[in-house]
Structures are given as C-alpha cells and as structure tokens.
Design a binder for this molecule. Structure first.
Ligand code: C2E
Ligand code: MG
Ligand code: MG
Ligand code: MG
Length: 279
C-alpha cells in the first residue's frame, strides 16, 4: 500500500511537472508564430521634462494572443530570451518603432526620442549594427531620435565587444541609456567608459520614496544616481513615478525627466499623437 501511494505521489509529481513543461512548450510554440501572425503590437509611454513637455517615449511590447488575451512582457520576454526568439522579436520591435517614428514625423508632430528595449542577447548579435543602419535609412529618421535601452548586464558582458559596438552606434548618432539603473552590478568606473547618454533610475527606488518627507534611503539613492549622472554629463530619468509626492521630490533633486503612471500610462500610437498635438 505504501509502495502504491509512493508511486502515486511520484506520478502526481511528474504529471505536475509535465503540465508546467507542456504549458511552457505551448507558449514557446505560439511565440514562434506570433510575428508572422501579426500578434505583437507596441504601446508607447511618454516621457516628460521638468516643464511638463513630452520629450520622448518608450516603446513597450504587447502580445495580443487569440486565446490567452493580452500577454504582458513579464510573461513572455523571459521565454523569448531563453529560446533566442528575442532576436527576431527584438528586430520586429526596432522596425515597428522606426516606422512609427516616421509616421509621427510625417504627421508633422514634434520630434521626440523613441526608446527601444534591447535584450543582452540581441545586443550581442553581429548584425545588430547593420539592422539599425538599414532601418534608419529606410525610415528616414534622424539617428538621434532612436535610443536603445540597455541593462547593466550588457555592460558587464564582454567589455571589448560591447564598447566597440557602442562606439559605432554613437558614431551613427544613435543614443544609449541604461535601464533599471541601480539594480545591476555595473562598476562606476566602467560606466564612464561607455558612450551612454542617459540613466534610467529603477522604479523600485522611486516607489520607495513614499509620501513626502526626506525620501529616506530611497531618496539618498535617487539623489546619488542623479548626482552621478550630472557629473558624468548624462541625462537622468525616473521610471515608475506614480504620485505627485514622488514627482516633486525628484524634481527637487533636479531629475531631468519623468516617466510613470502619474504622468501617463503606456498608450497607443494614435493616442500618443493626440497627446503631442495637445501639447
Ligand atoms: P522596463 O523597460 O523597465 O519598462 C518599464 C515598465 O514599467 C513597463 O512595464 C511599464 O509599463 C511599467 N511602468 C511604467 N510606469 C509605471 C508606473 O508608474 N508604475 C508601475 N508599477 N509600472 C510602470 P511592461 O510594459 O510590462 O514591460 C516590462 C519589462 O519588459 C520592461 O521593463 C522591459 O524590461 C521588458 N520589455 C518590454 N518591451 C520590451 C521589448 O520590446 N524588448 C525587450 N527586450 N524587452 C521589453
Ligand atoms: Mg525600458
Ligand atoms: Mg526600466
Ligand atoms: Mg524593468
């Protein structure tokens, strides 16, 4: 009897594991076909300067799945990274972002930067530079309009290759920022050796600024990152700003730009055009 129940437990365990593996496999399969099936779309979160003008936007990927509904990046980007699918998906994102930038310009809208998230694997691809060069040429947008959001893990990867690629991108006029800054392990002396134009303060620090007061430990960290950016001649933007208190606290610390639900959630390309028109 104990032997039998032991076997049952074992079967239950493997069945459970199989269910998880099957679900992942199904997701992976669907992900393979998502580009050709036209299931991806981009939404755009505006970025504001200190006077409340929109100066940029971050392109954020969404997967409109026929059965699952709207799938958020947290649910599929990790799978895309593990399987390497992030390379073609990331190329699609870059292309769409460039096309959209072109469309906004043709509509006579004010020039803003368009930021695209780039995974470490994507950044290590030999043909990334050619891809970007081609997309910029085809869409006729100024290279300075495009900003690549890299994570600290990219900087720590392979210094020679990374700084080589970054120098070429900078020479082309493309900008680079460091996303989720403060959560990785990049050394500060490294930071100085890359052609980075902006630091994005991670939203975990912004969230912990809480309600007013001196901002506590998180306030010390946001202040330090802002100071670091100024000293390195970089711009600095706070992500995940959700309250008026957080915004005014960061403004007092001389943060250059702001992004978060307090200012605007990510919106469709059409809605962003409306916001730009409204001024
Ligand atoms: P991220 O690049 O740090 O993007 C910021 C995330 O914070 C976005 O989540 C955005 O919707 C969310 N957010 C913005 N304002 C607020 C706020 O006030 N409060 C809170 N709680 N959240 C806010 P999203 O769109 O779900 O994207 C999550 C992550 O997925 C991104 O983090 C980025 O790492 C990744 N991702 C998104 N699109 C792409 C893409 O096209 N390529 C790659 N490689 N990664 C992407
Ligand atoms: Mg980002
Ligand atoms: Mg971020
Ligand atoms: Mg993030």
């Amino acid at each position: 009897r104990s032997k039998a129940s032991g076997r049952n437990q074992f079967q239950f365990f493997t069945a459970d594991m199989n269910a998880h593996a099957l679900e992942r496999l199904a997701l992976e399969n669907d992900l393979h076909r998502a580009i050709e099936r036209g299931e991806f779309k981009l939404v755009f979160q505006p970025q504001f300067d200190g006077s409340g003008d929109i100066v940029g936007t971050e392109a954020l990927l969404r997967w409109q799945h026929p059965q699952r509904g709207l799938v958020m990046p947290a649910q599929f980007i990790p799978v895309a990274e593990e399987t390497g699918l992030i390379v073609p998906i990331g190329a699609w994102v870059l292309e769409r972002a460039c096309q959209q930038t072109r469309a906004w310009r043709e509509a006579g809208l004010k020039k803003i930067t368009v930021s695209v998230n780039i995974s470490a694997l994507q950044f290590s691809q030999k043909n990334l530079l050619d891809l970007i060069r081609r997309l910029l040429a085809v869409s006729h947008i100024e290279p300075g309009t495009l900003e690549l959001e890299l994570t600290e893990s990219v900087l720590m990867h392979d210094h020679v290759a990374t700084s080589g690629l970054m120098s070429e991108l900078k020479e082309m006029g493309v900008r680079m920022s460091i996303d989720d800054f403060g959560t990785g392990y990049s050394s500060l002396s490294y930071l100085r050796s890359f052609p980075i134009s902006k630091l994005k303060i991670d939203q975990s620090f912004v969230r912990d600024l809480g309600d007013g007061g001196d901002g506590g430990d998180a306030g010390a960290i946001t202040g330090a990152i802002i100071g670091l950016a100024k000293n390195l001649n970089m711009r600095v933007i706070a992500e995940g700003v959700e309250t008026a208190q957080q915004a005014s606290f960061l403004r007092a610390q001389c943060c250059d730009e702001f992004q978060g639900h307090f200012f605007s959630k990510p919106v469709s390309a059409e809605k962003l055009a409306e916001l730009l028109r409204a001024g």
